[in-house]
Ligand binder design. Structure first.
Ligand code: NAD
Length: 455
């Protein structure tokens, strides 16, 4: 079935229907109008699937997507232009161009944590670049998956934009289909499966994965501000954010003060009992709830620690005096548990981070330029912030993606257009002159000349 859709989409792209920028702009406009029409349904679905508050549903998913459509639509004409580039002197009489062209039919696979935004954001890039797409939303958020399906099916023909719902089996069939591009967001383990399947058909991939993103809090930092911004970033969407600070590495001299302030911030944001707060989300399902509860070490709880299975609730939790060998430090947490580790020496802390997989994000809180420079220059990570958490991903001017195990490729803003475009290089040569120098027979004179020209 998937193969039939791919073929019809490839034909549609080859027919030239998606070529014109006006066509693409109209489709983006149509997508935006369709989302606007279904806003209430989407907000309700996000509440049902993840107990997302209306504010978070709008700010991190729906509004985010509107902004992206607005920004990309504004710049698309310029980006899509054929670009004249320089030509080396040896090719005198020629002109060189880059033609951005669509790949064809692209597959977009999404995760459960921002189940709407993370399929729409790549879809916007795919449309902008003139592709057709098949969207596969996460099965763990069934209400959102149904809403996405309703929105796309009501507004787009399958030979242009199609949706496939389902779990592992459905996705497995999709990734083995010869799409022209696969854009996957999800866990490292599944990313590996996707890349392997894509390799069999030589399909290019973008992998937006996860991992453990460190947050360093230096002795020379504004502790109050750090606490505020860390607690916000960690407990948004109940910690189920790919770029949430996974763990804190704090200088030992200020650890106590930071932990105390972070506890205060939890209360300030979510009240004395976060379970009653309309602004605190829930874990997506029992499997993940169980996994997370299994990470709690009751002897190390500094705040929170309580949980309730039938409500899929885990309190915003701080674990203090955690060591690198604790279970909570093995894998990406992806939930409302914040381990705090102390460091004495920045150099050793950096070495610890560099001893693990390259993180998707890294945050450093410091007012010391040397500390900032050390961290930024010596640690490789996807992207991050100095003195804040997570907000780098909201800028369309910053390509968003991982490095190493945290991902391959990036998107957002112009990078989304480029990711979904093949940049076709063309050299146009004049026909009046045909310089015989490069053609055989290769005389000694020619050999001497080539050595002079290419040195
Ligand atoms: P996941 O890898 O379990 O699932 C993602 C998608 O893959 C789903 O649509 C699912 O149906 C499909 N899938 C699952 N098992 C499969 C299999 N065996 N074969 C083929 N397809 C399969 O990820 P998740 O649990 O939904 O999301 C959480 C993860 O995603 C975290 O690791 C998080 O860091 C990461 N994430 C990354 C980003 C980013 O932008 N880098 C954003 C959000 C989430």
């Amino acid at each position: 079935m998937a193969l039939g859709i791919v073929r019809s989409q490839q034909e549609y792209v080859q027919s030239g229907s998606t070529r014109s920028v006006d066509y693409r702009l109209k489709q983006l406009e149509l997508l935006k109008a369709a989302i606007k029409q279904h806003e209430a349904l989407l907000i309700e679905a996000m509440h049902k699937d993840l107990r997302k508050s209306e504010f978070e549903a709008y700010a991190t998913e729906i509004g985010f997507v509107y902004e992206s459509i607005r920004y990309i639509s504004k710049h698309l004409k310029k980006w899509a232009k054929v670009k004249l580039v320089r030509t080396p002197l040896v090719h005198w009489g020629s002109k060189s161009y880059i033609y951005p062209e669509p790949y064809g039919s692209v597959l977009v696979i999404g995760p459960y944590n921002y189940p709407f935004m993370i399929v729409m954001e790549p879809l916007i890039g795919a449309i902008a670049a003139g592709n057709c797409a098949v969207v596969k939303p996460s099965e763990f958020t069934p209400h959102i998956s149904a809403a996405i399906t309703a929105i796309l099916r009501a507004n787009f023909k399958e030979h242009y934009i199609a949706v496939v719902e389902g779990g592992r089996e459905a996705t497995s069939a999709l990734i083995h289909t010869p799409f022209d591009y696969i854009f996957f967001t999800g866990s490292i383990g599944v990313g590996r499966i996707v890349m392997e399947a894509a390799a069999k058909n030589l399909v290019p991939v973008t992998l937006e994965l996860g991992g453990k993103s460190p947050c360093i809090v230096d002795r020379d930092s504004d502790i109050e501000l750090a606490a505020h911004r860390i607690i916000w970033g960690k407990f948004l969407n109940a910690g189920q954010t790919c770029v949430a600070p996974d763990y804190i590495l704090v200088h030992k001299d200020i650890k106590e003060s930071l932990v105390a302030r972070m506890k205060d911030k939890i209360t300030a944001f979510y009240g004395d009992n976060p379970q009653n707060s309309a602004d605190f989300g829930r874990i997506v399902n029992e499997r993940h709830w169980e996994r997370l509860v299994g990470l709690l070490d009751l002897d190390k709880i500094a705040a929170g620690g309580d949980s309730q299975r039938d409500d899929l609730y885990i309190a915003p939790t701080i674990m203090d005096d955690v060591t690198w060998d604790d279970k909570v430090m093995e894998e990406e947490i992806f939930g409302p548990i914040l381990p705090v580790l102390a460091y004495d020496n920045l150099d050793a802390a950096i070495q610890r981070i560099n001893g693990r997989s390259k993180p998707l994000a890294l945050y450093v809180f410091t007012t010391n330029k040397d500390t900032e420079q050390q961290v930024l220059e010596r640690v490789s990570f996807g992207g991050g912030c100095v003195n804040d958490t997570m907000i780098h991903l909201t800028s369309p001017h910053l390509p968003f993606g991982g490095v190493g195990a945290s991902g391959t490729g990036s998107y957002h803003g112009r990078k989304s257009f480029e990711t979904f475009s093949h940049m076709k290089s063309v050299l146009k040569k004049r026909t009046k002159i045909n310089w015989s120098f490069i053609y055989p027979p290769y005389s000694l004179k020619k050999i001497k000349l080539i050595r002079k020209v290419m040195k």
